[in-house]
Design a protein around this ligand. Structure first.
Ligand code: PMP
Length: 415
């Protein structure tokens, strides 16, 4: 239960941070409020410590931003960060990072760096509209809090009504070869190429989408803010050999720092007509840390995404064998979501796991630090937690979790 000290931070946050949290998915309501920690003080490897110094194994992984483990010494700033942060001119560091990304993604000729996934997705649709001269964008999945994407939500508070004319949901999803609203009026289609389903059917669906976009003259945008650097070969696009026109990257790419990117072909990206610009885009710290992080993925066997993929699959296989009829994680090996017989049962499981020092959330993530923990011991303790839940001994001590906005948007059906 929440200590007096932890409660003090919660109360202070309520009086100073708008809506109680900076990030929708970190709101108290997302978890079992009253049981979960709301503020953490430090992290190392796969672990987080809350303000009461209680230690947890973290399967939320900073909402996907933590791929390398917290406070990874390979990414220590002292060694890689230049002294200056945001100089008056561009730096060679950004060129080096862009060249590295080009080497990783054969369909990228040019990139812009930004700070958040939201910015990258906003930029991608702007660039696509500028290139095609068309306005309508079709969207599937979550792409941040930009006006376009928020216009698809109800109520789209604070978004001008006119914005809605420029965006629709791609639909219906997974419905054979026909993409009914993908016509020659469409500037771009933006999708999360994989949400939790990395099945051959999804791959074929993406291939059909690729073909249809080409046919109608729409650009295909892969929002790989989550999947980027969580698949072997660095992305879904590379893994499945599907070339989008534009790709959005973020989260894991920064090795924990705030950096995102939009990249694509030379003509589309170098079009002088569009405007995307930001004072902090070239901030040297995130650029240097991202460059080192990506170098680890390319060159260091300890950071092999293929090995991580195998370890994650092994973890999932073991987990999903524990209580297949009650609770599973629907996932690809580095990310997934809980599937459960009831919200109450899931909340109880999360609560008991949290009390035992294991943090789960709406998205389950796997990273290089978690891969190093002994899986047999961990799965054993999860099994014990489940026995307690199943036996009826556990009672909910906090509130039932409310799914975050990103998850609700992902499950929306086209209207
Ligand atoms: N796209 C996807 C697929 C995401 O998962 C997110 C964040 N959850 C975003 C875009 C937005 O990124 P950010 O929160 O960094 O703005």
């Amino acid at each position: 239960m929440t200590s007096e000290y932890a409660q003090e931070w919660i109360d202070r946050a309520r009086l100073s941070i708008a809506q109680g949290a900076l990030t929708n998915s970190k709101r108290a309501a997302t978890f079992v409020e009253g049981v979960y920690p709301q503020h953490v003080l430090r992290g190392e490897g796969p672990y987080l410590w809350d303000v009461d110094e209680k230690k947890y194994v973290d399967f939320i992984c900073g909402l996907g931003s933590n791929l390398f483990g917290y406070a990874n010494p390979e990414l220590a700033l002292r060694e890689i960060a230049p002294g200056f942060r945001c100089p008056s001119f561009s730096t060679p560091y950004e060129v080096v990072l862009a060249e590295r990304l080009k080497a990783m993604f054969p369909f990228i000729d040019r990139l812009k760096f930004l700070k958040s996934g939201t910015e990258a997705c906003n930029a991608a649709v702007r660039i696509a509209r500028a290139w095609t001269g068309k306005e309508l964008v079709l969207s599937e999945g979550y792409h941040g809090w930009g006006d376009d994407f928020t216009a698809l939500d109800t109520p789209a508070a604070g978004v001008p009504k006119g914005v809605k004319a420029g965006i629709q949901m791609l639909g219906p999803s997974h419905a054979g070869t026909d993409f009914p609203n993908l016509t020659d009026k469409v500037a771009a289609v933006i999708v999360e190429p994989v949400m939790c389903d990395a099945s051959p059917e999804r791959r074929q669906w993406l291939e059909r989408l690729r073909d249809k976009c080409k046919k109608v003259g729409a650009l295909l945008i892969f929002d790989e803010v989550i999947t980027g650097f969580r698949f072997p070969k660095f992305s879904v696009a590379n893994y499945w050999g599907i070339r989008p026109d534009l790709i959005c990257l973020g989260k894991a790419m920064g090795g924990g720092m705030a950096i995102s990117a939009v990249g694509g072909g030379r003509e589309v990206m170098d079009n002088p007509e569009y405007f995307v610009s930001s004072t902090f885009a070239g901030e040297t710290l995130p650029i240097r840390v991202a460059d080192k992080a990506l170098r680890l993925l390319q060159e260091n066997q300890e950071y092999s995404l293929t090995a991580l993929w195998e370890a994650g699959q092994d973890w999932l296989d073991r987990f999903n064998r524990l209580w297949p009829e009650m609770l599973t994680i629907e996932a690809y090996p580095t990310r997934g979501a809980f599937k459960c017989i009831s919200p109450e049962f899931k909340a109880l499981f999360w609560q008991e796991a949290c009390k035992a020092g294991i943090l789960f959330g709406p998205s389950w993530f796997f990273n290089f630090a978690l891969a190093k923990i002994d899986r047999a011991i961990q799965l054993q303790s999860l099994q014990e937690i489940m026995w307690k839940v199943k036996s009826g001994k556990a009672k909910l001590e906090g509130k039932l979790p409310v799914p975050p906005k990103s998850q609700m948007i992902r499950s929306q059906k086209p209207r």
